[in-house]
Design a protein around this ligand. Sequence first.
Ligand SMILES: [Zn+2]
Length: 108
Amino acid sequence: MKIITGDKVKILIGKDKGRVSEVIKTFPKKRTVLVKGLNIYKKHVKATKNQAGGIVEKERAYTISKVALVCPNCQKTIRVSYLIDRAGEKNRYCRKCKTPIISSKIKS
Ligand SMILES: [Zn+2]
């Protein structure tokens, strides 16, 4: 996937449209991502031996087409491009500021 855990993304639709937050989990098979603190829903939880019951807030995953990656360098939302470096590694790259998006080597 073009978006991985730790990326900053901007939400393109829904009640949190325009907000920027960090990806905390990705689901490549479903092509969805969980974004920290956004798209929250409340879930009722029954009490168990180990935990009190009540309402917990959880993030609902976004389809990746509904979020845009934010370049950590220029802070703009970008379309991801790839650049292969001399070692043959495939890295994501921002076309706007010509900078590799570092925390984000693609494992192929
Ligand atoms: Zn950039």
